[in-house]
Design a protein around this ligand. Structure first.
Ligand SMILES: Cc1cc2nc3c(=O)[nH]c(=O)nc-3n(C[C@H](O)[C@H](O)[C@H](O)COP(=O)(O)OP(=O)(O)OC[C@H]3O[C@@H](n4cnc5c(N)ncnc54)[C@H](O)[C@@H]3O)c2cc1C
Length: 572
């Protein structure tokens, strides 16, 4: 539960952010850390009725590192010694088909190529951390119980009508920019008339949170984060250790046919996945529709969408919020740059060009993960006692474990996204490393996340250098002088600092003697020498040159009904 904030609503602001879910909170915090004035309005009182996300990915943790939040994440109350295994079988007191072993979050090691590791921190623990971050920024105003109802975009500003949810009183707020972080049913997206592509209803799923202190004493599966349950018709549900203590979330996965469950059916589903009758208390029941959708546009000149407003994921893989926070990080420095006056005339156009392809990429992967989770039908023998059943269970478990590894090991998805066709990135013609969901290939290639290397001088990560303005990495003993470039940047008011080092592993990892890193930690340009026209380079990376013909990726996954046609079942 977040503290409900009801300060007076200011008449004007630089950025009006709609929605204080994790994406809106991250955007407000990042903008605030850059000194930009913003108003964050949230229609609810901050209560989290049912925590959705619980996996904070490694890239999001790198942002948390930049924002000074890693201690708060470490100290979040999800137990640090609770093993995170994923297990599959008939029920948690029944047969086990297979398992992927994962360490407790206190024991997990940083991902290769990162100073951080992913964290298990459910939304009711993570949102308050982002909320505190946003609230601490002097230029940020957070206003709960305040709903955006309408807005009008003009050449120089956005006029937004917001309504006090308690009194019904409406007020107009003048903002230079508006960002809708207002979730899947986004008012901002709807009022902008932005359509969505993809699959609007993969499954009608029901999530049930229940509490049971005795449950952990009833089974022999040890500690696990997630258990995937099969019956004779196939995979039907999951149970997740939502707080690592006594609260659990059961998902009845369902199919593409709408379905509502009675209290009795919900109770039956809980008993079925546990495999015995036992004492439990239902905390909440949330039916929801699993969608795979990406917005056809991420906004206009002054009004944008980010997070679930722009893309709706199947949670398989844990990409939804993490992708949304990347959106927030991408648009935050660009908005701050145009507000400060050094962002170029076309800088904000690069937001959609950079982020929409990543939305499509990640949603496609999440859809594939769902397919791998629900598709296989187990050999009927897996439900039979005895040696034949044991053999069938071992064989099915092995196959399923192999298939599911793609979902569990996804460092490439989290760290390997790149801004290949961005007009504010200068390509250098070198071949792109493969975009493998499991494997992250560290590279300083323009458009990629700048690599992490520990700095021998002070023990920091190279990632700790990035975040404010641009950073020019001048590496090796023979790196060209940077003074003329710094002067050109200063003439355009572009903030640049120069970092110099001859540390061998750093020189090696960054591949070139000159690497220019943007405020979001992605590489804008690299080279052996500066180009002759330094102003042209500065104007490119600050977005002052009109984008040419940028390839526009299309959403390539199925239409309604196609995806689960073979699955064709649901319920318990
Ligand atoms: C079961 C489940 C598990 C998941 N697990 C993961 C995971 O492990 N990792 C992960 O990355 N993602 C996960 N996700 C997805 C993740 O929860 C979402 O992607 C994330 O919550 C989106 O954040 P958001 O801030 O964009 O939107 P939301 O969280 O939906 O927040 C939008 C906010 O906007 C407010 N709002 C809406 N309209 C208005 C208005 N007109 N005026 C004012 N306020 C408004 C809403 O009240 C809401 O608070 C999961 C999702 C589900 C369903």
């Amino acid at each position: 539960m977040l503290e409900t904030m009801t300060p007076p609503i200011p008449a004007s602001t630089s950025v009006l952010i709609v929605g204080a879910g994790p994406v809106g909170l991250a955007l407000a915090g990042d903008l605030g850390s850059r000194g930009a004035t913003c108003l964050l309005v949230e229609q609810s009182d901050g209560t989290i009725v049912q925590p959705k996300m619980d996996m904070v990915g490694v890239r999001t943790m790198e942002f948390c590192r930049r924002w000074g939040l890693t201690d708060a994440v470490r100290d979040a109350p999800y137990p640090r010694d609770f093993r995170q295994d994923c297990v599959w079988g008939t029920s948690i007191t029944g047969y086990e088909f297979g398992r992927e072993r994962f360490a407790a979050r206190g024991d997990e090691q940083p991902a290769p190529g990162s100073p951080q590791k992913r964290e298990r921190v459910p939304q009711d623990m993570f949102d308050p951390i982002l909320f505190d971050f946003a609230r601490r920024q002097p230029s940020v105003t957070i206003r709960h119980l305040c709903r955006l109802v309408a807005f009008e975009e003009q050449a120089e500003k956005v006029l937004a009508t917001v309504e006090d949810v308690t009194t019904g009183e409406a007020q107009v707020v003048e903002a230079a920019y508006l960002v809708g972080c207002d979730g899947g049913a986004s008012t901002v997206r709807t009022r902008l008339g932005i359509t969505l592509s993809g699959n609007p209803a993969l499954t009608y799923t029901t999530n049930i949170i229940f509490r049971s202190p005795v449950l952990k004493t009833l089974h022999d599966k040890g500690q696990f984060y997630r258990f995937i349950a099969f019956d004779e018709r196939g995979m039907w549900g999951t149970i997740v250790a939502i707080d690592g203590r006594d609260s659990y979330r059961v998902s009845i996965v369902g199919n593409d046919q709408p379905r509502r469950y009675s209290q009795r059916e919900v109770r039956d589903a809980i008993r079925k996945i546990v495999g015995v009758d036992f004492a439990f208390e239902i905390v909440s029941i949330m039916p929801w529709i699993r969608r795979l959708l990406v917005a056809d546009s991420y906004g206009t000149a002054r009004a944008f969408i980010a997070g679930d407003a722009a893309h709706m994921f199947s949670p398989t893989g844990g990409f939804g919020m993490n992708t949304g926070i990347q959106d927030a990080v991408d648009i935050a420095w660009k908005l701050a740059a145009v507000i400060e006056g050094w962002g170029g005339r076309h800088l904000l156009k690069s937001y959609e060009i950079e982020r929409r392809p990543v939305g499509i990429r990640n949603i496609t992967e999440a859809g594939g993960n769902l397919g791998r989770m629900v598709m296989p039908k187990a050999d009927p023998l897996v439900f039979v006692a005895g040696p034949q059943g044991d053999a069938a269970r071992a064989e099915f478990g092995r196959r399923y474990t192999n298939a599911m590894r793609r979902e569990w090991f996804s460092t490439g998805i989290h760290l390997g996204y790149r801004y290949e066709h961005s007009p504010i990135v200068v390509p250098d013609g070198t071949p792109e490393p493969p975009d493998d969901p499991a494997i992250y290939v560290a590279t300083s290639q323009p458009g990629h996340r700048a690599p992490h290397v520990w700095l021998a001088a002070d023990g920091r990560s190279t990632l700790d250098l990035f975040g404010c303005g641009f950073v020019l990495m001048r590496l090796g003993d023979d790196a060209p002088e940077a003074a003329a470039f710094v002067s050109a940047a200063a003439a355009c008011k572009v903030p640049v600092t120069v970092f110099e080092s001859s540390q061998p592993d750093l020189v090696h990892a960054y591949e070139k003697p000159l690497v220019l890193v943007r405020p979001d930690g992605h590489v804008a340009w690299r080279g052996d020498a500066f180009p002759p026209d330094l102003y042209d380079l500065v104007d490119t990376v600050r977005g002052d040159k009109a984008p040419g013909n940028v390839p526009r990726p299309e959403v390539g996954f199925g239409q309604r009904g196609v995806f689960l046609a073979a699955h064709g079942k649901g319920g318990v």
